[in-house]
Design a binder for this molecule. Structure first.
Ligand SMILES: [Zn+2]
Length: 265
């Protein structure tokens, strides 16, 4: 785990990159931020979490770090020990954790529950979608208070890294870390649509997968939205696909989502 800091003092603001080693956008953005070294009014901690996985360009070395929280300093696996270290590093911080997906090119935000932190941070992020993950947060960093996750775009793309830079600046603006005289254009909070993450869509051990549906676009009841080998999956009730892709996850396509409304301040 690599830790850097902008500004003086004990940080109450943190940016976390590389929870997953095959999602380099966050690290690229953090390196750009550190090179640009903007003047800050509050100190900010930057954490590059899973350096071992990053080096190998794999999601994780022994187990998924984002299912390993709270972790244990004496655990058998690298990620479970790392989870304990990372949880300690961000314990007193409002935290932005940067990810990328194989499912969606536009950046969007995720929180465990839509609370005061979500309402104050998300309007400043370059996102039009916020996903509430409450029922599916087990073992993830997002279940800690004051953590906002961002999906920056498609894994390995330059645009995901560019989006990650914008997300960090928006986050620093939202948390009062940037001086007032350099405002970052925020998005109107009415534009942030909120979805709730629901049941995962399991894969059931086929060889070839396909997804027909678009993320955040309603799938009506009776519509085929994916296929596993030659078998089509048909919606038994309407839903909004979230984080859904053919090969993004090993055991699930992604999740059924429900549209809740728009973010209100
Ligand atoms: Zn990730």
């Amino acid at each position: 785990m690599r830790i850097e800091q902008l500004g003086e003092g004990a940080p109450e603001i943190a940016v976390v990159a590389a929870i997953h080693g095959d999602e380099p956008c966050g690290v690229r953005a953090v390196e750009r931020l550190l090179a640009e070294s903007p003047a800050v009014e509050r100190p900010v901690k930057f954490v590059v979490a899973n350096e071992a996985a990053l080096e190998k360009d794999v999601r994780y070395v022994e187990e998924d770090l984002n299912r390993a929280f709270p972790g244990d300093p004496d655990a058998d696996t690298h990620e479970r020990r790392l989870a304990a270290d990372l949880a300690r590093e961000v314990r007193d911080c409002t935290t932005l954790s940067l990810h990328s997906t194989q499912s969606y090119a536009e950046p969007f935000a995720l929180v465990d529950t839509v609370d005061a932190i979500a309402r104050s941070v998300c309007p400043y992020l370059p996102v039009s979608v916020l996903v509430e993950t409450e029922a599916e947060s087990d073992g993830r960093l997002i279940e800690y208070p004051h953590v906002v996750e961002a999906e920056c775009g498609l894994q390995g793309s330059d645009s995901a890294a560019d989006n990650a830079v914008e997300l960090i600046y928006g986050f620093l603006e939202a948390t009062g870390a940037l001086p007032d005289d350099e405002p970052v254009a925020g998005y109107d909070q009415n534009d942030v649509e909120v979805y709730r993450l629901g049941r995962p869509v399991p894969k059931n051990g086929a060889d070839d997968y396909e997804v027909f549906a678009e993320n955040f676009e309603r799938v009506p009841e009776g519509e085929a939205f994916a296929a596993a080998d030659d078998r089509e999956l048909v919606a038994d009730e309407p839903f909004y696909p979230v984080l859904m892709s053919a090969y993004g996850y090993e055991n699930v396509f992604g999740y059924r989502g429900e549209r809740i409304g728009v973010l209100d301040g």
